[in-house]
Design a protein around this ligand. Structure first.
Ligand SMILES: C[S@@+](CC[C@H](N)C(=O)[O-])C[C@H]1O[C@@H](n2cnc3c(N)ncnc32)[C@H](O)[C@@H]1O
Length: 265
C-alpha cells in the first residue's frame, strides 16, 4: 500500500484497527497489520475503511497475505523517472514523496528543466528527499533539504545514499521568523528553491523564499489547490510567474526573479 503522508498515518492505523487488525505496528518504513483471519469480505471491509479515512487512497496490488493469517501492507522500492537521467531510487518509507503523487511528479519535471550544473538548490519540506535527490542528480553543486519531521530527514539521508549523491539535510521547521539553514536572504542565496507544501504553510513563507533567491533565481511551489492559486501567486508577486500547471486539481506554480538592472554609468 502507498503509505500516507506522516500526518495521516494515525488515520491509517485507526482504519486498520477498526477493520479488525489485532496488531498494527510500524517496522522499517512499513506498516504491518495482523488479522486473525483474512477472507474476501474482510479485505473489502478494510479497503472501504481505508478509502473513507484516507481520501485518495487506492489499494496497491502488492498487498499480500502474510504468514497465511494476515496482511502485510508493504511498499517496495520505487524507480521514479527523471527526464534525461537514470530513474531515481526511492526506498520504502513513511515520509511523503514516493514519486507517485502528481505534485511530486510535476516538481521533478520542472526541476529537470531548471537545475544547472553548479547551482545551489534548496528543497523546503523535503519529505522523503525525492526532490533534493533529483536536484543533486541533475548536477546541483549544493543541495539543502529542510524537513521538520525527523523520520523524513532520516529517509532523505537514506535516499541520497541510495542514489549516490550528497544532500545537506537539516531537520528544522521553517517559519518566517526562523528561516534556519535557508538564511534570511541577506547572506547566501539560492539559484533555485522548490517547496511542495500546503498553501496554509506556504503563503506565510513566500516573502522569505523570495528574499532567499539569487538574482535570476527560480522558485517552484506545489501542493496548491485551485481555490488557493491566486492567494499563492499574490504572495509571490515580487516574482514573475512563468508557468502554472493543474494536475488533478493540484497546482504547481513556477516563478523567476528578474535579474537586477545593469548598473548604469
Ligand atoms: C507534501 S510533502 C512534500 C514532500 C516532497 N518534497 C515531495 O514533493 O514529494 C511536504 C513536507 O513538508 C514538511 N513540512 C511542512 N511544513 C514544514 C515547515 N514549516 N518546515 C519544514 N518542513 C515542513 C512536511 O513534514 C512534509 O514532509
Amino acid at each position: 500500500v502507498a503509505l500516507p503522508p506522516r500526518g495521516l498515518e494515525p488515520l491509517l492505523v485507526d482504519a486498520l484497527r477498526r477493520g479488525g487488525a489485532r496488531e498494527v505496528r510500524r517496522a522499517e518504513g512499513r506498516v504491518v497489520a495482523r488479522f486473525v483471519s483474512v477472507g474476501t469480505p474482510a479485505a473489502a471491509r478494510i479497503e472501504a475503511l481505508l478509502r473513507s479515512a484516507l481520501p485518495g487512497w487506492t489499494a496497491d496490488p502488492r498487498w499480500r497475505p502474510f504468514d497465511g493469517a494476515g496482511w502485510l501492507a508493504e511498499r517496495g522500492e520505487e524507480q521514479v523517472p527523471l527526464p534525461g537521467h537514470a530513474p531515481l531510487r526511492i526506498l520504502p518509507g513513511v515520509a511523503f514523496g514516493d514519486g507517485r503523487h502528481p505534485t511530486t511528479r510535476r516538481c521533478l519535471g520542472l526541476l529537470a528543466e531548471r537545475v544547472r550544473p553548479g547551482d545551489r538548490i534548496a528543497d523546503v519540506g523535503a519529505g522523503s528527499g525525492i526532490l533534493a535527490v533529483a536536484a543533486a542528480r541533475l548536477g546541483a553543486r549544493e543541495v539543502l533539504a529542510v524537513e521538520m519531521d525527523p523520520e523524513g530527514c532520516r529517509e532523505t539521508r537514506v535516499n541520497a545514499g541510495a542514489n549516490g549523491v550528497r544532500v545537506r539535510v537539516v531537520c528544522h521547521r521553517v517559519h518566517p521568523d526562523a528561516p534556519g539553514p535557508l538564511g534570511d536572504g541577506t547572506a547566501g542565496s539560492w539559484e533555485g528553491i522548490v517547496a511542495n507544501l500546503e498553501a496554509g504553510v506556504l503563503v506565510p513563507l513566500l516573502p522569505l523564499l523570495v528574499r532567499c533567491l539569487a538574482p535570476g533565481g527560480w522558485l517552484v511551489v506545489s501542493g496548491v489547490l485551485g481555490s488557493e492559486r491566486k492567494r499563492v501567486a499574490g504572495a509571490a508577486k515580487a516574482l514573475r510567474l512563468n508557468h502554472a500547471h493543474d494536475d488533478d486539481g493540484w497546482w504547481t506554480l513556477a516563478f523567476s526573479r528578474a535579474d537586477p538592472a545593469p548598473a548604469s554609468g
